[in-house]
Design a protein around this ligand. Structure first.
Ligand code: GAP
Length: 469
């Protein structure tokens, strides 16, 4: 039977094995901030590369972009973020600690299962105030809290030596705005025609109030967004929307290898939807703390391009090459978080093998941080070490490979299982005689002998995918 890991189990494994560390831990850490260690960096890179490969490199209708984190501050005025990018904040009246109202209500409801059932997603600030009042919800310290108020989560900073209104800039709250502000440049400098998408992967920043969900919600995180522009007179938005839903589902299930039973769609209520969106659905994953958004899909109409057109005084129109009609295109936006993919993969791959008393991260081999580990059976026998080095040098140019000569073979298997390495290759005394190695499969623990000359082909066949990037 599949066991669901707790968030504590995942956090502990991630730290123990070098996937994720608390940021600045030697100084006591920093709220909602994490660094990715050697294994985490590899896994993140694989996720990014595979997303880019599927969504950009392989598609004739999507081009890439890499815009700045600091954009002209008017960008965020035009987009509505300065005005409306807020979370509902309450404050403990005694300790003055701050909490996100919807999250406070959710955890109160979890701790009070006999209370009336409430669908918290989609409540507006007035509903939350009434609910807090009616149910007598208090802070985790047991104190009364203030009524919720809107708290803007854009991060402010300043350019140059002089602080002040003119120098104020924002760390981007979404990668999307860099796409909208480059729309005209891309139209003028490339050969794109509608419908087409502009994709970008990069860091975004939000002054999040809630803490304690590991890398699910952090102050600094990586987004992978596409703005897919189209002519609403030629294409129905509903058709594109459904097409993107299928693409997103397929990517998570087939490309990332995530179990379908852990996924669901959730439609935003009218009150919950962002100010720019006409329709939004979330692809949710069943994280250890419940179903939560992994990947959002929104129909942003032509709100953003119109806003920038107005604020910048520059036309952001497309000219139909056949009819000459000029118009501001509409957009469908699939917006994912690379760090949420990462956490989902750790949770979904986690497996405790009761028979063999081992913990395994059963990543799809193409995503695993290391595809292969090479061991000399004994590290103090020069001839084994030399031969194992030869095998390492043969495999490592073709795939991410690690070397391990610490402890005995059993301990090495145990460690490689925990970091999700799909194939362990052992060079033993038979290797010196017949030029074959033992290849051990992470999931079945089965071992086969493979000729060194056929090893790379064998592993590539089992991994089943070669990354283009
Ligand atoms: N451009 C639309 C947009 O930014 P969003 O739903 O706010 O929409 C898109 O964010 C994705 O970014 C989310 O689905 C999530 O995966 C990721 N994300 C948002 N806030 C995050 C945070 N604080 N930490 C980690 N990932 C986050």
């Amino acid at each position: 039977m599949e066991q669901k890991p707790t968030l504590e189990t995942i956090t502990a494994l991630a730290k123990r094995r070098g996937f994720v560390y608390p940021t600045s831990e030697i100084y006591g850490g920093m709220t909602s901030s994490y660094d990715y260690g050697p294994l985490g960096a590899e896994l993140l890179r694989n996720i990014r590369n595979i997303w880019w490969e599927e969504m950009v490199s392989k598609r004739p209708d999507v081009v890439g972009l890499d815009s700045q984190i600091l954009l002209h501050p008017q960008t965020w005025v035009a987009s509505g973020h300065v005005e409306a990018f807020t979370d509902p904040l309450v404050e403990d009246r005694v300790t003055h600690r701050r909490y996100r109202a919807d999250h406070l209500i959710e955890s109160w409801l979890q701790e009070n299962p006999d209370a009336e059932p409430v669908e918290v997603e989609g409540l507006d600030i007035g509903d939350m105030a009434r609910l807090i009042e009616r149910l007598g919800i208090e802070s985790p310290e047991g104190n009364p809290v203030t009524a919720p108020r809107h708290f803007n989560i854009m991060f402010e900073t300043a350019i140059g030596a002089v602080a002040g209104e003119k120098a104020r800039v924002y760390l981007r709250g979404e990668t999307a705005q860099g796409i909208f502000t480059n729309f005209k440049q891309i139209l003028d400098s490339t050969r794109v025609t509608l419908p087409f998408g502009i994709a970008q992967i990069g860091k975004s920043f939000r002054n999040e109030i809630t803490t304690g969900q590991f890398v699910f919600r952090t102050l600094e995180f990586e987004q992978a967004e596409i703005e897919y522009f189209f002519d609403p007179e030629q294409t129905k938005w509903q058709t594109l929307f459904e097409g993107w839903k299928e693409t997103m589902w397929r990517f998570v299930v087939q490309t990332l290898g995530v179990r379908e039973e852990n996924l669901r769609w959730r439609r935003h209520t009218d009150r919950e939807r962002s100010h720019y969106s006409h329709e939004t659905v979330d692809l949710d994953y069943a994280f250890p703390f419940g179903y939560k958004e992994l990947w959002g899909l929104a129909y942003r109409t032509n709100y953003d391009l119109r806003q920038h057109q107005e604020h910048a005084g520059t036309k952001l129109e497309y000219t139909d090459p056949y009819t000459g009609r000029r118009f501001v295109p509409h957009v469908i936006e699939p917006a994912a978080g690379i760090n949420r993919f990462f956490l989902m993969l750790l949770c979904d791959a986690y497996w405790e093998d009761a028979d063999n008393q081992r913990t395994v991260l059963r990543f799809k081999p193409s995503l695993a941080p290391y595809k292969a580990a090479v061991f000399p059976l004994l590290k103090n026998r020069l001839e084994l070490v030399q031969k194992a080095r030869e095998v390492f040098d043969l495999v490592s140019p073709e795939m991410a490979t690690t070397w391990d000569d610490r402890g005995n073979i059993g301990k090495r298997y145990y460690y490689q299982d925990e970091i999700g390495t799909p194939f362990c290759i052992t060079v033993d005394f038979d290797t010196l005689e017949d030029d074959t190695v033992t290849v051990r499969d992470r999931d079945t623990t089965e071992q086969v002998r493979v000729e060194v000359s056929e090893l790379v082909g064998y592993l590539e066949g089992r991994i089943g995918r070669r990354c283009l990037c």
